[in-house]
Design a protein around this ligand. Structure first.
Ligand SMILES: [Zn+2]
Ligand SMILES: [Zn+2]
Length: 451
């Protein structure tokens, strides 16, 4: 086993090494501190921070959960300004980014963000833009963005992932996170178990399209998933060990994004589904679940896809030749039906990457047939079944399923067909489309939930 897999987060922070994948990986986080009652460590962490005023960023909930205490600790040694978002249901969009930008006066030399999800996405984005470093105090083990260096933002209604920076340091205070609302802890678990599907997409892209793949990064992510799955039953008792496993897994997953320079190891079709549902929520002005909760739902759907692939007679699929019936008109119609006004932007971005030529589609399908056994061995057979996945999530206390998205049947079905169009990244749904099976599978999965 690679020695990297034995290292804890503190040891991984700051590491630089040349990997067998050919890349030089570096984890440019100054330090990670994880434990009980370690908030006072924040002063140590800030020793080498540029001198000046600190901007404390929180929302009204996270300020109560830990922000006030952080302010008390810091105000002994630092000059502090505050930005407290009054809306705890923030979206990472132009409005919330602008609020932070305007709070960034020239005296600010460091940002301290106390919070999870969106607060981190916004801070990371503005930190990158302004070159002002930030430190994060995690308040809930709810997403893998703490150690990430990409920021998923919503621009003109479309979810786009921007390059950003790692935090200077991460303070993961278990006594705060342990008390986080259950749906936030379940969101963290959902974001981690989504890696089953993300890693599978990555491997498929590697096998079919020779996409860059790093075995060590994949193993690190797998280890995080296994650790979280085994500690899932302790969540409802708020066991410190379960909370620790989840936050460690989430931070590790973020580090892996930085190691490869892309969200590939941590985000696949399950994330595209979650992003799509979030976009629909914004378009329709409907409240959605947290990112990780939706990723968890997306993962269940993707596991149904793998169950379907396992029993597929690929030679019959090729002989049937349904992949020939793909048309530009139908492709556009699906996107327009689901996304309405946002559709033209999605179509414009994706169009250059879509295979409309019949000969190219024939070739793509043939290539999938040729690689079928290799994919089966390295990917399909390694996936958990949807029922064992459901059981694990329920033991963890999470009962969310596709119907909790509160989408009408047709929107749900269309979301399975078109989620892959919001990015140019190969995954299992694209493979289904290349085989001419996507609509059939989308209907099959929809019928499992909607009578
Ligand atoms: Zn590597
Ligand atoms: Zn995620």
């Amino acid at each position: 086993m690679n020695e990297l897999l034995q290292k804890n987060l503190q040891e991984l922070a700051g590491l630089k090494f040349v990997c067998s994948c050919g890349k030089k990986h570096s984890i440019d986080i100054n330090d990670v501190r994880l434990g009980n009652h370690i908030l006072t460590d924040i002063t140590d962490s800030l020793q080498s921070f540029p001198k000046g005023t600190l901007l404390l960023v929180a929302d009204c909930n996270t300020f109560e959960a830990g922000g006030r205490e952080v302010e008390d600790i810091l105000s002994k040694n630092f000059k502090i300004e505050k930005l407290i978002y009054s809306n705890p249901h923030l979206h990472p969009d132009e409005v919330s980014v602008e609020q932070l930008r305007s709070a960034m006066n020239p005296d600010i030399t460091g940002i301290i963000v106390v919070g999870s999800g969106t607060l981190n996405d916004i801070t990371r984005y503005v930190s990158f833009e302004t070159k002002v470093p930030y430190l994060v105090v995690c308040t809930a083990p709810s997403m893998d963005g703490y150690a990430s260096m990409v920021s998923p933002m919503i621009t003109k209604g479309v979810k786009v992932t921007y390059n950003a920076v790692y935090p200077y340091s991460i303070i993961a205070e278990l006594s705060i996170m342990k008390e986080a609302p259950f749906h936030m802890i379940h969101a963290g678990l959902g974001d981690i178990v989504g890696k089953y599907s993300a890693l599978a997409d990555w491997k498929l892209a590697n096998i079919l399209h020779d996409e860059y793949y790093c075995e060590i990064t994949a193993q690190l992510v797998e280890k995080a998933v296994e650790q979280c799955v085994s500690s899932a039953p302790g969540i409802m008792a708020r066991s410190v060990e379960s909370i620790r496993s989840i936050i460690e897994g989430l931070i590790l997953s973020g580090m892996c994004i930085g190691m490869t320079g892309s969200s590939r190891p941590a985000s696949g079709e399950e994330h595209l589904l979650s992003h799509t549902w979030e976009m629909l929520g914004l378009i329709r002005r409907q409240e959605t679940h947290l990112h990780g909760n939706q990723v968890g739902i997306g993962t269940e759907i993707i596991l149904h896809v793998y169950q379907f692939l396992l029993q597929l007679d690929i030679h019959k699929v090729y002989a049937d030749g349904k992949f020939r019936s793909f048309t530009r008109e139908k492709w556009e119609r699906h996107i327009k039906q689901l996304f309405g006004d946002v559709a033209p932007q999605i179509i414009k971005q994706k169009e250059p990457y879509v295979n409309f030529s019949e000969t190219d589609r024939e070739e793509a399908a043939k290539h999938i047939v040729d690689k079928w056994e290799e994919m089966k061995e390295h990917v399909f057979l390694k996936m958990p079944s949807p029922s064992s996945y459901r059981k694990m999530m329920e033991e963890a206390g999470s009962h969310l399923g596709p119907l909790d998205l509160k989408l009408d049947r047709e929107s749900f079905r269309l979301s399975l067909i078109t989620a892959k169009e919001i990015r140019q990244r190969f995954g299992v749904m694209q493979m289904l489309d290349d085989l001419g099976l996507l609509e059939e599978v989308a209907e099959m999965i929809t019928a499992k939930y909607y009578l």
